[in-house]
Structure formats: structure tokens, C-alpha cells
Design a protein around this ligand. Structure first.
Ligand code: MG
Length: 401
């Protein structure tokens, strides 16, 4: 039986992970659950999965969670920890074999790095970890013999396709992108895009930032960087194609010209369970939920379309690629400045086409340094955020004038 810690247990990946765990009670034991401030859901999860440890975002959430758990009549012993230190303790407990890293932001990054350093295998959904600190995390995993398995659907697809060949036989990866809600929107209309429109993703139901990142294609830019660290390929060997149906989750072209693709319905339980049970595959989704099973109806799919991404309308894709090619602090700054730009857009301070402008201007002003420790990564992240807010402030004043 594998002991699990789930970072971000109340988010969309976290709740889907618990659905998978619920279906495999003989395989997994939940040792620790970590969430931010959704205490009602966390209390419910504690009652159902009876972990030894629960972690909340801040110290002020500890008593409210204890109160909710008590009110629900939960009697099992439980330690409640808080913040980044609590997360680190939760991932390094001796009973933990496997960590699902699905919390947002840089606190997730620190805990994930500590998990890998402690030799724990990690299923990774937190993009910051590889984008901001890929080199450090992958190096630590290698030296500790810890596995880093992707949960992101594209990287899971590549990982699955890799079962039919070896890493050195890959000619290129082809990551697919749905294209987001503005795939057909003319550039002249981009300035009038509202946050509500951008939050309507055609295929996946996800959090705010990743949904906006899918609309700007920054999400795919970040995924190029993730793919680089997971599969050891340079930017020139990682292509992106638009595939609006989101049925092919990604492909590998091997050196002999054979192309392997992974297809399936767009449901995160598939890549989550694959990562949790790897190298085994187990039955999943036998019971229909709302009339849907996890079976792909290939006849209903009928046609699959692929097209080249329009980098003139979606410059974020190339910003991601350039950051990877530049190396050092650029990817970390890319991630931080994009988060700021998205926040400024969602709060009405910036227009949709300003997002890449903020990222590009921030990257141009960042000093070119090597990040040799997690402290360096966190400092670079802070510096990029500060600069990005400055840039956003300038642009936003200009557009109001
Ligand atoms: Mg993805």
C-alpha cells in the first residue's frame, strides 16, 4: 500500500486525485492532505480519508479547521499544520511514498523540491516546479532516485507514448493545444475580450490562471519548458499544434518516422491514475458519472483537426520558447510575470493583449543570472513580480489616458 500526501487537495487536481484514491482503497492510504483556505471541503476530506496530518494555508486556519472536524464527529487523531513549513513536513513524513503536487504557486514548488530531496516520488501538476526550478528539481530527483511523473495531460500523453520507444529514439514531441476560446477571434477584437469570456475554456474546467493561460497560449509555452525538463529535449525538438477537439493529448515522432499518439476523453482522472499506479494500468471509470464514462467514442469523434498555432495573435507561446532557450532565470521570470499579468487582467487593470507585453517587458529587464538554489529561485520570482507590477502599472495608466 502506498502512503500519499496530496498538496492542493481541495483544487480540481486534488479532488480528482481523491476520486481515483476512492476507487483504489486497497492501493493507497492518504497520509496527509494540504489545502489553502477551503476548510469546509478539507474537513470533509479529512472525515472521509482519515489522514494523520492536515495542512492549512495559514496559522489562522488551524483552529477553524479543528472546529469543523470536531463538529463533524471525526474522532481519529490528527495533527494540523500550517503554511510552507507544514507542507514540507507533510511531504517528508516517513510513511509517505508518493506526493501529488497540485497546489498553486511557489509554496507548492518549495514543498515539491523538499519531497524530491527526501527521495519521495512525485506526481506533478504544479507547473511552477519545473518552469521556475526545473534544473534543481530534476537534478535532485536524479541524485535521490526519486521519480517525477507528469499529471499534466500533454506530458502524461508523452510519457505514455514513450512506452513504445526510448528517449534517445525520439525525433520530436508534438504537444497538442486546444487553442482556447479565442482560436478564431480576429486580433482586432482582442482588446475588448473580458475576463468572463477568457474564463470560458472549451474543453477543460480548471482554475483561473491556467484558464487564462490557455486563452493566451502561455499555458503551452510553459508546457514546452516542462517537457524540456521531463524528457530532456531541446526547444527545437518540441513542437506545438492546435487540436481543438482535445482528443489527441500529445504525440512522439520517433527517429524512424513512426508517430505514437495518446488519445482519450478529456478527464484528468486518466493521467492522475496513470501517474499513481505507473507502471501498471488499472481499470478506471467503470461506473458512469452523469451518463459519462471515461471511454472514448471514436465514431462520435469523426474528425480530428490539427493546425499551426498563430504566434502573431498568441505571442505567449514564443515567449515561453524564448525563455527556455535563454535559460537561467528567464523561465522563472516568465512564470512570475505571467501570473502578475493574468491577475492584473482579471482585476480589470490590463487588457487581454497586454498580458504578453507585460511578460516580454519584464523578461527584457531581468538580469541574466544562474539560479543555483531554491532561495535564488524565490528571489528571482519576487524580483520578476515587482518588475511586472511596475510594467503593468505603466501600461494601465497609458490605456486609461
Ligand atoms: Mg496541459
Amino acid at each position: 500500500m502506498k502512503g500519499l500526501t496530496i498538496l492542493g487537495s481541495t483544487g480540481s487536481i486534488g479532488t480528482n486525485t481523491l476520486r481515483v484514491v476512492r476507487g483504489l482503497p486497497e492501493r493507497f492510504r492518504v497520509v496527509a492532505l494540504s489545502a489553502g483556505s477551503n476548510l469546509d471541503l478539507l474537513a470533509q476530506q479529512v472525515r472521509e480519508f482519515a489522514p494523520e496530518v492536515a495542512v492549512v494555508g495559514g496559522a489562522d486556519c488551524v483552529e477553524p479547521l479543528r472546529h469543523r472536524i470536531k463538529a463533524a464527529g471525526h474522532a481519529a487523531p490528527l495533527r494540523i499544520l500550517a503554511g510552507a513549513e507544514g507542507q514540507t513536513e507533510a511531504v517528508t513524513l516517513p510513511e509517505v511514498d508518493f506526493v501529488v503536487s497540485a497546489s498553486h504557486g511557489v509554496t507548492g514548488l518549495v514543498a515539491t523540491y523538499e519531497a524530491v530531496r527526501a527521495g519521495k516520488s512525485v506526481a506533478l501538476a504544479n507547473k511552477e516546479t519545473l518552469v521556475a526550478a526545473g534544473e534543481l528539481v530534476i537534478e535532485a530527483a536524479r541524485s535521490q532516485g526519486a521519480k517525477v511523473l507528469p499529471i499534466d495531460s500533454e506530458h502524461s500523453a508523452v510519457h505514455q507514448c514513450l512506452r513504445s520507444g526510448q528517449q534517445h529514439e525520439i525525433r520530436r514531441l508534438i504537444l497538442t493545444a486546444s487553442g482556447g476560446p479565442f482560436l478564431k477571434t480576429p486580433k482586432r477584437e482582442f482588446a475588448s475580450i473580458t475576463p468572463e469570456q477568457a474564463l470560458r475554456h472549451p474543453t477543460w474546467r480548471m482554475g483561473g490562471r491556467i484558464t487564462i493561460d490557455s486563452a493566451t497560449l502561455m499555458n503551452k509555452g510553459l508546457e514546452i519548458i516542462e517537457a524540456h525538463w521531463l524528457f530532456g529535449l531541446g526547444s527545437a525538438s518540441i513542437d506545438v499544434v492546435i487540436h481543438p477537439e482535445s482528443i489527441v493529448h500529445s504525440m512522439i515522432e520517433f527517429c524512424d518516422g513512426a508517430v505514437m499518439a495518446q488519445l482519450g476523453v478529456a478527464d484528468m482522472r486518466i493521467p492522475i491514475q496513470y501517474a499513481l499506479t505507473y507502471p501498471e494500468r488499472l481499470p478506471l471509470g467503470e461506473t458512469p458519472v452523469n451518463g459519462n464514462t471515461l471511454r472514448l467514442d471514436i465514431l462520435a469523434a469523426r474528425r480530428l483537426h490539427f493546425e499551426k498555432p498563430d504566434t502573431r495573435r498568441f505571442p505567449c507561446l514564443e515567449l515561453g520558447r524564448k525563455a527556455l532557450e535563454k535559460g537561467g532565470a528567464a523561465s522563472c521570470a516568465l512564470n512570475a510575470s505571467d501570473e502578475v499579468a493574468v491577475e492584473a487582467f482579471l482585476s480589470g487593470k490590463l487588457q487581454f493583449p497586454d498580458i504578453p507585453n507585460v511578460v516580454e517587458a519584464t523578461l527584457a529587464g531581468m538580469p541574466d543570472v544562474k539560479l543555483s538554489s531554491i532561495t535564488d529561485v524565490l528571489e528571482c520570482d519576487q524580483e520578476a513580480r515587482r518588475r511586472a507590477w511596475d510594467v503593468a502599472g505603466t501600461i494601465s495608466t497609458r490605456s486609461i489616458v
